[in-house]
Design a protein around this ligand. Structure first.
Ligand code: FES
Ligand code: FE2
Length: 387
């Protein structure tokens, strides 16, 4: 699981005057409104005796621990310790990790990592959002699967004929060559495929069985998978879905479906049912994939040219793993929640005035590919053969 990335931790609609608990990268977080009205996101572990802050309450723009009432401000500093006599000093290292937050597209995005602002990736654009030409519906889906496997499934065009009867036809499964256009944080492809005739009210959209163009893309921020389907020259549907790694085997997908046709709200139910059916069909396969976690090296599975967009995703992901941005999930499995708490480092740890303080909770262990190769646990073949 990659850190130093933005992930959606909550729906804006779920933020109230109480603390909200979220879980991202195997770590529990508490989200609440700070004094200035902005949304704050902190590690959910109180550094006094480990209570869960999200079970407390919001008082005066701070989150108050339910156990002994310590209060933490939006930056993670302890603002009040009720058991101390008046005038007693709050220890300098009484602070917890605070993660940057941005609200966009109705979601609370949290930067899980310690990069300074200028080095953080941007959020993926969604230009059709808020455009009255487009009708939007939204929903969510929980997978018992690795988020990288889930993202790849969205980028994978050759599974459609076999997994989605409404989308593809197993007798027309050939994928013509396509180009992958990459940028610093993602990539996009455009492919052509031959869906069967549509059923239900969508029959009106396409009266002849002609090929349809589609553009799947990904962005590392949010674990975004975006699919644009150009049903006809004028009619397009978009699925913009962000995939949050709750832990190594749970993915929380939040999606927005946009369409520039049949914009009446009476067609919403049908559109929602179609999106939901696609997720159900994918989950039946993706939740059973082995190994559960997406491999790091291309040589660990056989890839075809038609897997081009997934290969771009794997390569980009591997470049971030090499930078030391991947949590070693084996450690998490054995240790976390039992003996030692661990947290993703936050930008506050790099600030001059906080660099030398003792941070009570240590940071997550990082996957070290070079060490794994040295110790014979991994054979890295940088460029697996593409067939
Ligand atoms: S455990 Fe939180 S105040 Fe004691
Ligand atoms: Fe699918």
């Amino acid at each position: 699981m990659l850190f130093n990335m933005w992930y959606v931790a909550a729906d804006l609609a779920d933020i109230s005057d109480k603390p909200t608990q979220a879980k991202v990268l195997g770590q529990k977080l508490v989200i609440f409104r700070a004094k200035d009205g902005s949304i704050a996101c902190l590690s959910d572990i109180c550094i006094h005796r480990g209570a869960s802050l999200s079970a407390g309450k919001v008082v005066d723009g701070c989150v108050e621990c339910p156990y002994h009432g310590w209060r933490y401000d939006g930056k993670g500093a302890v603002a009040k310790i009720p058991a101390q006599p008046p005038g007693a000093k709050i220890p300098q290292h009484a602070r917890i990790d605070s993660y940057p937050v941005v609200v966009k597209y109705g979601w609370v995005w949290v930067f899980m990592g310690d990069l300074p602002e200028a080095e953080r990736p941007p959020l993926p654009e969604f230009p059709e959002y808020d455009d009255p030409e487009w009708r939007m519906i939204r929903g969510e889906f929980i997978w018992q699967a690795d988020y990288a496997r889930v993202i790849e499934n969205g980028l994978d065009f050759s599974h459609a004929p076999f997994v989605h009867p409404s989308f593809g036809d197993p007798n027309h499964a050939v994928i013509e060559d396509f180009e992958v256009e990459s940028h610093e944080w993602g990539a996009k492809a455009t492919v052509s495929y031959l869906p069967p005739m549509y059923k239900g009210i969508w029959k009106l959209l396409r009266r002849e069985r002609t090929p349809v163009r589609a553009s799947p893309s990904f962005h590392m921020s949010g674990g975004l998978m975006c699919l644009k389907v150009y049903i006809t020259k004028d009619w397009t549907q978009i699925i913009y879905d962000v995939n949050t790694p709750v832990d190594e085997n749970t993915t929380h997908t939040r999606w927005i479906h946009a369409r520039n046709f049949m914009r009446s709200r009476f067609a919403d139910k049908d559109a929602k049912r179609r999106v939901q059916a696609i997720f159900d069909q994918d989950a039946a396969v993706v939740e059973r994939i082995q190994p559960q976690l997406l491999p790091v090296d291309l040589s660990e599975e056989i890839s075809l040219k038609s897997d081009g967009l997934q290969i771009a995703y794997r390569r980009m992901r591997r470049s971030f793993i090499k930078k030391g941005w991947s949590i070693d999930v084996n450690y998490f499995k054995n240790q976390q929640d039992k003996k030692h708490a661990r947290v993703v480092p936050s930008p506050e740890r790099r600030r001059e005035e906080h660099k030398n303080i003792h941070w009570v909770i240590p940071t997550v262990p990082v996957e070290d590919i070079a060490k794994q190769v040295r110790e014979g646990q991994r054979v890295v073949i940088e460029e697996g053969q593409i067939h």
